[in-house]
Write a protein that binds this ligand. Structure first.
Ligand SMILES: [Ca+2]
Ligand SMILES: [Ca+2]
Length: 129
C-alpha cells in the first residue's frame, strides 16, 4: 500500500510538471542516474547531459548555475537513497551547500522550474526531500 501511495504521489507530481511544460517527453537519462540539462525540457545547446549515479558536491563549471531541467532516474529499493536534493552552492567546507533549489522524487522529471533555474552547484542523494 505504501508503495502504491508513493507511485501515486510520483504520478501526480509528474502530471504537475507536464502542466507546466506540455511538450515534455520522457527525459533521456539512463536508469540509476540523476540527469541535468542546461536548457528546459531536457535539452542542451550542444547535446550534453550531466548524469551522475552518486553525489557530486561541486558541479563542473559547464553545468553549475546553468541547470534548467532535471530528471531523477534513480532506482528505488528499501533503505536506498532514491531522492535527489540540489543545492545552490558547492558543498565544500565551510559551505554546506546553502539553500536547496529543487528536490526530485524517484522517477520525477522536471522540464522547467523558475525558482531553481540556473542556480544549482551540487547534488546529494537522500532518503526523502
Ligand atoms: Ca540554463
Ligand atoms: Ca549557485
Amino acid at each position: 500500500m505504501k508503495r502504491t501511495l508513493t507511485l501515486l504521489a510520483t504520478t501526480l507530481l509528474a502530471v504537475g510538471g507536464l502542466a507546466i511544460a506540455p511538450t515534455a517527453t520522457a527525459a533521456p537519462c539512463a536508469s540509476g542516474n540523476f540527469c541535468v540539462w542546461r536548457d528546459v525540457n531536457f535539452t542542451d545547446p550542444e547535446g550534453r547531459v550531466f548524469a551522475s549515479s552518486g553525489d557530486d558536491e561541486w558541479w563542473e563549471s559547464w553545468i553549475a548555475d546553468e541547470d534548467s531541467s532535471w530528471a531523477n532516474h534513480g532506482v528505488s529499493a528499501p533503505g536506498v537513497k532514491d531522492h535527489v536534493i540540489v543545492y545552490e552552492s558547492a558543498i565544500e567546507g565551510p559551505s554546506d551547500g546553502g539553500a536547496r533549489t529543487i528536490c526530485l522524487a524517484p522517477g520525477q522529471e522536471i522540464g522547467h522550474n523558475a525558482g531553481a533555474n540556473d542556480r544549482g552547484d551540487a547534488h546529494v542523494w537522500a532518503m526523502n526531500c
